[in-house]
Write a protein that binds this ligand. Structure first.
Ligand code: PLP
Length: 379
């Protein structure tokens, strides 16, 4: 009998990642340390250039986290107190928090069968309320929303838009990278994201040098030159250390990591067969990057979660409470909701995410499939 303790299958395995990247991280750290320059220097510049190139856009601006990236994107486009911004109730709370921090009012519409903002309902909301001038769509779970449809809404209603790409870096819609429909896009380098740092980080990307300049100013106290403050900005800078690590160890691996996520997704899509489980689907034209693999569990999600846990397989719920039901939001008054949120509520009740990180072994993927297919529902 083996005395070896069976390793749990994690949602993210940072120890395995460290085995792979550790030496490059240490080398990058040493280079920054030796340089004696720790904030907004050569590493941030270099990373911004590489990120923009990787993304296929002309401008990238590093900042402290994804939440700030969305806020900076909105403020660079002159959002004001009382402005309305259309968004989704099914996302990280940060999406809506960024809107609120601008003093603006979020307006919510339901999601579609993939869990992404329903753009037909968005159009109806925009037709019904012509005072909505901003929009923050979210490419959730690593899927790309339809960029042609987003661009159509943007033009039809003269919207200022920030695409939340925190879960979808590298995803494409009909061949175009996410971020390609809005004036600006935001992303996050929180460790669990597809491109994660060893701490917090974020970026704004765009194709407009004037907007990029405004974002650069906003992330650094609103300074347009040293000690000249032309905006009421934030302190939201990306550290040299994180930029150097992202540059040396993470960004060069992103394409391979994404390939691995896609391969695992393919195995799950082919292998998981259970009458009470619905597999995730992507919008038409989406080349998804599978930040998460969201199952819909039609009967008893908690039972599947504990069954997986009994077999040392971790899982997560994205998200158990809709943004519109969050106590912090309700202190700001009743949220503006257009139509019903039936689909979003169904995701909150039935979604379960299973491990899909790039350091999973083939055996582990097979094990996840087998355990799910054997789930007796009454477990
Ligand atoms: C993670 C995330 C954010 C926030 O990013 P932080 O870097 O944690 O501030 C925003 N939106 C979505 C969809 C996210 O997944």
């Amino acid at each position: 009998m083996s005395a070896e303790k069976k390793q749990a299958i994690l949602m993210n395995d940072f120890q395995r990642q460290w085995q792979d990247i550790g030496q490059q991280v240490l080398d990058a750290t040493q280079a920054v340390g030796k340089s004696g320059w720790y904030v907004l220097g050569a590493s941030v510049k270099q990373f911004e250039q590489n990120l923009a190139k990787h993304w296929g856009l002309s401008q990238a601006i590093g900042c402290a986290n994804g939440l700030d990236a969305i806020e900076i994107g909105l403020r660079a486009q002159n959002i004001r107190t009382g402005d309305k911004a259309l968004t989704t109730p099914l996302s990280a709370f940060a999406t809506t928090l960024a809107i609120l921090r601008c003093g603006a009012t979020p307006v919510f519409v339901d999601v579609d069968e993939h869990g992404l903002m329903d753009l037909q309902k968005a159009e109806q909301a925009l037709l019904a309320d012509s005072s909505i001038r901003f929009m923050v769509p979210v490419h959730l779970y690593g899927h790309a929303m339809s960029l042609p449809n987003l661009a159509k809404l943007r033009d039809q209603f003269s919207l200022q838009m920030v695409e939340d790409c925190a879960q979808a870096i590298g995803a494409r819609s009909f061949g175009t990278p996410v971020g390609g429909a809005a004036q600006m896009a935001a992303t996050s380098f929180y460790p669990t994201k597809n491109l994660g740092a060893l701490g917090d980080g974020g970026a704004i990307v765009c194709n407009d040098s004037a907007l990029a300049q405004k974002a650069q100013c906003l992330r650094d106290y609103g300074q347009s030159e040293k000690y000249l403050h032309t905006e009421l900005g934030l302190n939201s800078r990306l550290d040299e250390l994180h930029a150097a690590i992202l540059n040396a160890a993470m960004l060069p691996r992103l394409a391979d990591w994404t390939t691995k996520r896609r391969q695992i997704a393919q195995c799950y899509l082919e292998g998981i067969k259970h009458p009470s489980i619905q597999l995730p689907t992507a919008p038409e034209g989406s080349d998804s990057v599978w930040h998460l693999f969201p199952l819909i569990v039609k009967s008893n999600r908690d039972s599947l979660k504990s069954w997986l846990s009994q077999h040392s397989i971790h899982s997560g719920v994205h998200y158990p409470i809709l943004i519109t039901d969050q106590p912090a939001l309700l202190t700001a008054g009743q949220p503006i909701i257009i139509g019903s949120l039936d689909n979003a509520q169904r995701f909150a009740r039935q979604e379960l995410s299973i491990p899909i990180h790039p350091y999973l072994s083939d055996d582990e993927v097979t094990q996840v499939i087998r355990v799910i297919n054997d789930w007796p529902e009454q477990a």
